[in-house]
Design a protein around this ligand. Structure first.
Ligand code: HEC
Length: 124
């Protein structure tokens, strides 16, 4: 019985540290001016993380709090993932479609995209 608990504890600690690593990778990626296989424009060129600072794109301040509430039936994780790989799926009010770089799915690995999602979800 005790052994099972210890194994569970180890597994959950492992999951926590995987998440922390992914979040950290996402944060580093987010701040890079150029990303991806072809060094395309990075997120920070169009998005601030400070409240109310709008550049080409909306501020992503506390996006982790909003992401799951914007589209009915779409979880925060799905919303953020779609916003990255298919930016015209949902358009933030006040912004136009076809402005955000639309080919991150070809540029970034799945691990990189997941790390960006984990990072954005943590912004609360
Ligand atoms: C060329 C400018 C540009 C770049 C580069 C860019 N974005 Fe965007 N992004 C936008 C614009 C404009 C919008 C609003 C229109 C829309 O919803 O597509 C947006 C919307 C978003 C949203 C939805 C925000 C909300 O409030 O609901 C997320 C999340 C997002 N971008 C994440 C990213 C990430 C992560 C990257 C880097 C991998 C990135 N963006 C790169 C311009 C950009």
């Amino acid at each position: 019985m005790k052994i099972k608990l210890i194994i569970l504890l180890i597994l959950s600690l492992q999951a926590c540290s995987d998440k922390a690593k992914s979040r950290q990778q996402g944060e580093l990626l987010f701040y890079r001016v150029h990303i991806g296989k072809n060094n395309v424009i990075g997120c920070i060129s169009c998005h601030s993380l400070k409240t109310d600072i709008k550049t080409t794109g909306p501020s992503l301040f506390a996006i982790g709090l909003r992401a799951g509430k914007l589209i009915e039936g779409v979880s925060a994780k799905d919303y953020l993932q779609q916003s990255i790989i298919n930016p015209d799926a949902f358009i933030v009010s006040g912004y136009s479609p076809a402005i955000m770089f639309a080919h991150y799915q070809d540029e970034l690995t799945e691990t990189e995209i997941n790390s960006l999602v984990t990072f954005l979800q943590s912004l609360k």
